[in-house]
Design a binder for this molecule. Sequence first.
Ligand code: ADP
Ligand code: AMP
Length: 213
Amino acid sequence: MKIVMLGAPGAGKGTQAKMIAEKYSIPHVSTGDIFRANIKNGTELGKEAKSYMDKGELVPDELTVRILLDRVAQDDCKNGYVLDGFPRTIPQAEVLDAELTKMGDKIDFAINVEVPDENIVRRMSGRRACLKCGATYHIVHIPPVKEGICDKCGSELVLRDDDKEETVKNRLAVYHEQTQPLIDFYDKKGVLKEVDGTVDSKDVFAAITGILG
Ligand code: ADP
Ligand code: AMP
């Protein structure tokens, strides 16, 4: 099963993608996580990506597509994957589509997690991330057991640099301009499914499993 998660930054794509990955035993592939791991490890790729991420802009398509195609070519992606944060532009979606078509394959579901802009800034300022294992929390809605500490690996939780209010506003503008058109792209392919992302994360997940079966 090949799944694409759509939705604004902070809509809950990562939260849901992790649960989908666990339930259906497929890898969770997040381009944002791959970039953050590279930033943490001080790689050249990380340095380049950081200059865009810190401004709330998108990393150029060419670089992002290369990273993603390398990742989904790995063995663990043979039986499917859930993509979180990719594609984010029409050209990215077209390259992915062309690569899959070459292999006689396709995306099975594009799940759009709908959350209005008004809720997003509040969500992002409360998000806390573990840069070691990629887990995410919310200080009010999905808190860790021990404040500031990751439940899964015990590392310190941080407010991501790009979750500051001004950057979030720019990320939302970029989302509406460059990413939102993907809703139509996948609708035309007949694989678009919409879920209400404003309800409790467990209820969002129930709606998603109702779709995926
Ligand atoms: P995205 O991957 O779309 O950027 P995340 O999954 O990281 O979004 O979620 C953004 C923030 O909102 C996180 O702090 C997360 O814990 C919180 N969150 C996710 N789903 C919900 C929900 N249904 N209700 C309230 N908060 C949520
Ligand atoms: P995310 O973790 O998905 O919220 O992504 C964080 C940041 O990484 C984004 O704001 C972009 O700067 C960059 N990024 C992640 N995925 C992509 C992508 N598919 N295309 C371009 N930039 C991306």
